[in-house]
Design a protein around this ligand. Structure first.
Ligand SMILES: [Mg+2]
Length: 337
């Protein structure tokens, strides 16, 4: 199969309520959708959202990156196109959109098991009463794994953590600081919450500060998960070999797409590394691509953080999966069976 044409369009999806983390506030998901068409007419679809705060790419950067390299990929076989794509010096999200479209054409959207999986749901950073209200609402809708977004005010972080764990004793709490804390603040936090049964603490310090991350990992009884610190397989190896974190968060937009995520997942499987499979706020086709991986690597992926579709204002008809409470079910369609 040779690539005949590549086209793209900008898209938007409105959110039910603003999504707030230490890094950003988002009301609408903006993303690029890319179509890779082969000579015989089959089409692969990929997507990349703008997450400038994390990948350094806004919508126009992603569009320009794809437009700059698309002619290079025309007339290449799918495998040659993948090889060439990953040699290009463009952002990881732009790469991910093309990679997932090509991988879709190569058959990546196939399941080994259709047994449902569970996702967490994000509770945005807010005043503590508001966070409790949002958490209670999520629990009343059947969710039991909550990803709690905290920010730079470390006293608020400790207070919210204690408050939520006391009020919601049955919920599994995942803490995500999105790089907001200093080493000292992180150590204060892990000491203050050490008796609380938290599932994990995600990326307390700046992505590049692996030395601090390592000190926190050593000091913490609760597992530390590296997110912004790991983009590629190389990053994963560096973080795990230096024992800078206990777990890693894999996202298609960081690693450069499905083929790269598979490399990381295979490495994690081989080295018994527990993973989270996460996403940015993303459109339905990139969530589909991540969900096929989540279903196929369920032995390696301990936590699934793919709740974007639950945050859309209107249900998407482009998902290959349905979200019922915290369970994600495969929705067979003629193309995916
Ligand atoms: Mg995170």
């Amino acid at each position: 199969m040779k690539i005949k044409n590549i086209s793209l369009e900008k898209r938007e999806i409105a959110l039910q309520t603003p999504f707030i983390t230490a890094l950003r506030r988002v009301e609408t998901i903006e993303f690029v959708r890319v179509f890779v068409e082969c000579e015989e007419g089959s089409i692969g679809i990929g997507e990349a959202p703008a997450t400038f705060a994390i990948t350094g790419e806004d919508i126009d950067t992603i569009v320009h990156s794809i437009e700059n390299i698309q002619t290079l990929l025309i007339n290449l076989s799918l495998n040659d196109a993948l090889l060439l794509l990953h040699k290009q010096n463009i952002g990881s999200s732009a790469k991910a959109s093309l990679d997932m479209a090509i991988m879709m054409l190569l058959g990546a959207n196939r399941l080994k098991s259709t047994e449902p999986i569970k996702t967490d749901i994000t509770i945005s950073f807010n005043a503590k009463e508001r966070m409790l209200r949002d958490a209670k609402k999520a629990i009343s809708e059947g969710m039991d794994i909550l990803k709690i977004k905290l920010a730079s005010d470390i006293n608020h972080a400790v207070e919210v953590t204690k408050f939520l764990s006391k009020e919601l004793p049955k919920a599994k709490l995942l803490i995500d600081a999105n790089q907001a804390w200093s080493l000292e603040e992180s150590l204060h936090y892990v000491q203050s919450v050490k008796n609380i049964p938290l599932e994990l603490i995600e990326q307390p310090v700046k992505a590049e500060d692996l030395d601090s991350l390592k000190i926190i990992t050593k000091a913490s009884l609760i597992p530390i998960l590296a997110d912004e610190a790991v983009f590629t397989l190389l990053d994963v190896k560096k973080v795990m070999e230096s024992k800078s974190a206990d777990m890693i968060n894999i996202k298609l937009m960081k690693c450069g797409g499905v083929s790269r995520a598979i490399e990381i997942l295979e490495y994690a499987r081989e080295h018994h590394i527990k993973c989270m499979l996460g996403s940015m706020l993303e459109g339905p086709y990139s969530i589909n691509a991540a969900l096929y991986l989540a279903f196929n690597y369920r032995d390696v992926i301990e936590y699934i953080d793919l709740d974007s579709p639950l945050l859309y204002k209107e249900k998407s008809l482009e998902l290959d999966f349905t979200f019922e409470q915290n369970r994600i079910n495969f929705l067979p369609s003629p193309e995916t069976l």
